[in-house]
Design a protein around this ligand. Structure first.
Ligand code: URP
Ligand code: ZN
Ligand code: ZN
Length: 484
């Protein structure tokens, strides 16, 4: 057997096992995992290193107009390169529908934008305008193309959908085997807080956290889960930032519902105190949901350990400090600042350093949270998200001992700041392989613009979940009314 590539002498870890083995690759696919494989056309010595599935970044905003209309600083080239240096081999950014736009046009636009990606990619479709045509014709067409997840916003005036619209979208998703994702915050509570804070002159960045109270997230998570359960549809709550929110996800899962939860580095590594840096620097830390407190950080670590939250994503939403964040002036009110912060390159290293090396999470849980769970939830497994015979050879070789101080100069995105500046992180991806080709090694980029390919994803996997409808929607128990 002749291999194109052999990774020798490393410790392989998947979401379930850790073992010493060589990995052999042919035509971009893993074809052997065994002791003492012969050398390949190319052989990489991974002794002393960890051989992990390439991570999957399933929540990132790249070359996308935000809820306030600002364009992200990263396009598909810089965004995917930055992701690659952070150990990722697949990205799933958003293709965002503006109201009045057809889904067909949205996808055409994002396919053109994404053609620059160095990594394999798919899209989640953001739906802001669920017209009959969108629901009955365009979404089914998108599913047929392998786009099997979409997102709705429960807040932001430009994006928000009503509960009724959300029910329509959830039902359409259920019918076609798609997964709905939601940004869950109560729009009215936030708008009311913003209105009153700004009217009384409380405009500094720290009031952003005050204006997005934890209860606004908890209310919307509760409502989102109830809406999804009512129509028997799967739902992923993105960027959970509260203990109570994570408990709602966990409780719904315990009851057997296909509900999933995600959290992000900013909620475990930063706090609302960061928003109180001298004006206007706090603007760097404005994101929604907002940064919380030290207790919440500890709560979320526990939820990751317990498996109550299944995804660890960056929510990379890069708006440059110098131009974008301060676009409204040198000292903007918090509600005039673009929401979001960068983190696509730091997501996995942060979790490795503070999670695995500090004993909070096993290496296998780290792999699950950064790669395997996303592959399973978003219809990419087992092609992506694991190291197994037959899987794409998407592999990140990590040096678990390398220590670096985080600086923006060391990042590969198009940003002018990192919110994690100055942190000392141990454990970094040193070689990243995409479909059998070395895409990055020892800080040098080998991948080229356009190396990434569009991934057609599978339908949502219902295994283990009941697809039963509630009595109100079941003709046998509802006087024969057939609503779906
Ligand atoms: O503040 C954030 N997270 N901005 C990005 C858009 C979103 O809410 O997902
Ligand atoms: Zn969001
Ligand atoms: Zn987001």
């Amino acid at each position: 057997m002749t291999f194109d590539l052999v990774i020798k002498g490393g410790t392989v870890a998947t979401a379930s096992d850790t073992f010493a083995a060589d990995v052999g690759v042919q035509n971009g696919i893993v074809t052997a995992i065994a002791k003492d494989l012969p050398d390949g056309a190319e052989t990489i010595d991974a002794s002393g290193k960890l051989v992990l599935p390439g991570a999957i970044e399933s929540h990132c905003h790249i070359e996308q107009e935000s809820s306030s209309g600002a364009m992200t600083s990263d396009d598909y080239l810089s965004g995917s390169v930055s992701a690659l240096f952070g150990g990722n081999t697949t990205i799933i950014p958003f293709a965002a529908q503006q109201r009045g736009q057809s889904v067909h046009d949205v996808l055409a636009l994002y396919r053109e934008r994404a053609a620059k990606s160095v990594l394999d990619y798919s899209f989640h479709l953001i739906i802001t305008d669920p017209t009959d045509t969108v629901l009955k014709e365009e979404l089914p067409h998108a599913f047929a193309e392998g786009i099997t997840s979409f997102k709705v916003f429960m807040t932001y005036d430009k994006m928000v959908v009503s509960d009724e619209m959300m029910l329509d979208i959830l039902v359409t998703a259920r019918e076609h085997g798609a997964l709905t994702m939601t940004h869950a915050e109560n729009n009215a509570m936030i708008k009311w807080m913003v209105k009153n804070l700004v009217a009384k002159g409380y405009k500094q960045a720290k009031y952003h956290a005050v204006s997005h109270p934890a209860t606004a997230e908890v209310e919307a998570i509760h409502r989102g889960i109830r809406l999804a359960n009512f129509v028997g549809a799967p739902l992923l709550i993105v960027h959970v930032s509260t203990d109570e929110g994570a408990r709602l996800v966990s409780s719904a899962r315990t009851d057997g519902h296909p509900i999933f939860g995600e959290t992000c580095p900013q909620y475990l590594f930063l706090t609302k105190e960061d928003l109180d840096r001298p004006d206007p620097e706090g603007a760097k830390f404005i994101c929604s949901p907002p940064l919380r407190d030290a207790k919440t950080q500890a709560d979320l670590w526990r939820h990751l350990h317990a498996g109550n939250l299944q995804l660890w994503s960056s929510d990379h939403a890069p708006y440059r400090y110098g131009d974008s964040k301060l676009a409204a002036g040198p000292n903007p009110a918090f509600n005039q600042v673009a929401n979001g912060m960068p983190g696509i390159e730091m997501r996995a290293p942060l979790l490795f350093s503070e999670g695995v090396l500090k004993g909070r999470l096993s290496l296998n849980r780290f792999v699950a949270l950064t790669a395997t769970n996303a592959a399973k939830i978003f219809g990419l497994h087992p092609r992506k998200g694991t190291i197994a015979v037959g899987s794409d050879a998407d592999i990140a070789i990590w040096d678990p001992q390398e220590t670096r101080t985080v600086t923006q100069a060391g990042m590969h995105d198009a940003m002018d700041y990192t919110p994690f500046e100055g942190m000392t992180i141990t454990g970094w991806p040193v070689t990243v392989i995409t479909r059998g080709r070395v895409a990055m090694s020892n800080g040098t980029l080998h991948a080229a613009r356009g190396d990434g390919a569009f991934l057609k994803r599978d339908a949502f996997d219902w295994t283990g979940y009941s697809a039963a409808l509630p009595p109100e929607l079941t003709p046998e128990t509802n006087f024969g009314a057939k609503l779906l």
